[in-house]
Design a protein around this ligand. Sequence first.
Ligand code: AP5
Length: 297
Amino acid sequence: MAATSSCIVNLGVKGNGNPEQPFSSSKSSQLLFSSNLSFAYNNTKYCLSLHSHQTLLSACLTKTKKSAFVVASAKPEHLKIMISGAPASGKGTQCELITKKYGLVHIAAGDLLRAEIASGSENGKQAKEYMEKGQLVPNEIVVMMVKDRLLQPDSQENGWLLDGYPRSLSQATALKEFGFRPDLFIVLEVNEEILVERVVGRRLDPVTGKIYHLKYSPPETEEIAARLTQRFDDTEEKVKLRLQTHRQNVEAVLSMYEDITLKVNGNLRKEDVFAQIDDALTKLFEDRKLNSGSLAA
Ligand code: AP5
């Protein structure tokens, strides 16, 4: 994969609305304009994006052997969604359904960490020690990993669905400082006795990445059943430690997103959980289209 570098500049203009005196330090001054300018590049492509008033203006410059060309566009900004919940509350399962319908880029902090472990890197080795104890991996490893993934061109162009991040107040604050603000913060609420049963019965297909459950979502064929794997932290003992960590941090994270939180009953069948989320996302998507239409008019 090509290495990606990036930066974000947050622009805010305060004033009293009078063009003769655009800046005022008085208490009556208000935020008139707020935008994020971001720049990302890898070995082949440079992207400049300006997010303002729910509209994304972007310009991409692609390097070819002899020439370069620029594509610029103005279109409704894509959705930016976060999904949160206790271990095995169904975040990954719902993300599969959401991405299928809405085409957002699924970014799961746990998956990024497991990929780092699989790569055999020093960060991966350290991360595994914390994950085995059901504790949060230190911010030095997680924060930049998530930020870099959010800034990749696919996330910027299609919108993102962030799963399992932030999990602490410091992670939420870091994200805000980098200029990432979600449109919706989904919280899956599931009773604890159900969570343990879901963890112990969970299996993963290493070929397709699909999530199964021996009882609730069994594999479709014998061939798939034979290749399913279990996560190293999916034991009853470890899920109790993970739940403890979750309880210690959840309130602080929720307090950051109170005004955009959607609480979902996650005890139901996965299709019924998705129906609640789908309803909210459809409304958000329609509002977004209306807003960008009135801006263009
Ligand atoms: P992570 O991989 O994120 O694990 P988690 O939060 O514990 O969540 P899970 O992936 O276990 O569950 P899920 O909610 O996605 O449920 P799923 O859909 O699979 O993190 C692992 C570790 O990495 C952490 O402990 C920590 O150490 C570290 N880490 C991660 N993020 C970090 C961060 N930001 N900072 C620091 N450290 C971090 O479903 C579970 C099972 O239930 C499946 O079998 C599924 O088929 C079944 N199921 C799902 N929905 C339903 C339903 N409605 N009805 C019946 N069964 C269902």
